[in-house]
Design a protein around this ligand. Structure first.
Ligand code: IPM
Ligand code: MG
Length: 355
């Protein structure tokens, strides 16, 4: 098939990990005879510097016009310590999510057998853990208005808003995933405190009746934070609101052994976006040490989303082979045996070309 891809490298390690995910995507397209066209565009701090806008209209037009978007990372320390910065790189990511209508963010958490002892968690607790967190991505406290400060600067406020329609569509999508997996859904909220959470629970309880094949449970987010670490194997599909999903998935990455291993797919109304869950890791930028696997696995999710299942499997097999062969970056390597970002990416691309 023809695959028109928009690539948004972004900030920090973004360009380095994207280069490797792109090399792998090219290798797959080469061996499977797909015609790949790639357009690059600006986002984040890189876009602010060139255009003043972290998600320029040109970038949005390209995204709208393509079959999929491969996204690196966003964020720069230059803005983090400046509370008065008029625009922030992260606003570019949020604008992209909102304008592309990416209301569902799918974050699978699985373990690789040979990395079990890289996790600080006990091997017997995490071996075989396999869960998917479905994070609502265009609502909640990230987008609710009003947001800001009082005139004298002594009070700040954010607003958490959810509508029935927003909750319904993400909960239904989560049931779709549960039906194709182990048929267990955990709805995570804070219904003992938050009124948005009580609406989530009310809506989910109604939809639950349409899916009697799925076992549904409700869990407060603080309890979920504990259980994800204490007993990750009890989870199959988790569905939750925007900020809870953000926090729980960074936590869940500990199960896999590195934040550098978790891919994600964001989908909704327009073009889907595939991105690692980690950030721009500015301390590592330009050093060729960042783990490219989360982004390479995001490319696997991209092929699967485009219903090219075999291509997705090919990438997963190549990633597993690289891990088994210890061709890995320093975050998961044994002491003194780390490979560079580009070495890992090239190894995986070659593996695909030769298989
Ligand atoms: C993520 C990131 C973003 C988020 C940041 C960079 C705005 O942490 O994708 O998880 O909070 O959504
Ligand atoms: Mg996050």
């Amino acid at each position: 098939m023809k695959l028109n891809l928009t690539v948004l490298p972004g900030d920090g390690i973004g360009p380095e990990i994207i280069a490797q995910a792109l090399a792998v995507t090219e290798a797959v397209c080469e061996t499977r005879e797909h015609t790949l066209t790639v357009e690059r565009a600006l986002v984040g701090a890189a876009a602010i510097e060139e255009t003043g806008d972290p998600y320029p209209a040109e970038t949005h037009a390209l995204c709208m016009d393509s079959d999929a978007v491969l996204f690196g990372a966003i964020g720069s320390p230059r803005y983090d310590n400046d509370p008065s910065a008029p625009v922030r790189p992260e606003q570019g990511l949020l604008a992209m999510r909102q304008k592309l209508g990416l209301y569902a963010n799918i974050r699978p958490v699985t373990t690789f057998p040979s990395l079990i002892d890289r996790s600080p968690l006990r091997a017997d607790l995490i071996a075989g853990a396999d869960l998917i967190c479905i994070r609502e991505l265009t609502g909640g406290i990230y987008f609710g208005r009003p947001q800001g400060r009082s005139e004298d600067g002594t009070v700040a406020y954010d607003t958490c808003i959810y509508t029935v329609a927003e909750i319904e569509r993400i909960v239904r999508l989560a049931y779709g995933y549960a039906l194709r997996r182990r048929r267990k859904l955990t709805v995570v909220d804070k219904a003992n405190v938050l009124s948005t959470s009580r609406l989530w629970r009310q809506v989910a309880r109604r939809i639950e009746k349409e899916y009697p094949e799925v076992e549904t449970e409700y869990m407060f987010v603080d309890n979920a934070a504990m259980q994800i670490i204490q007993n990750p194997k009890r989870f199959d599909v988790i569905v939750t609101e925007n900020m809870f999903g953000d926090i729980l998935t960074d936590e869940a990455s500990v199960i896999t052994g590195s934040l550098g291993l978790l891919p994600s797919a964001s989908m909704g109304t327009h073009t889907a976006v595939f991105e690692p869950i980690h950030g721009s890791y500015p301390q590592a930028a330009g050093k060729n040490i960042a783990n490219p696997l989360a982004t390479i696995l995001s490319a696997a999710l991209m092929f699967e989303y485009l219903d090219l299942q075999e291509e997705g499997r090919l990438i997963r097999a190549a990633v597993a082979a690289s891990i088994n062969a210890n061709i890995v970056t320093e975050d998961i390597a044994e002491a003194g045996k780390a490979y560079k970002t580009s070495e890992v990416g090239q190894w995986i691309a070659n593996y695909i070309k030769n298989s």
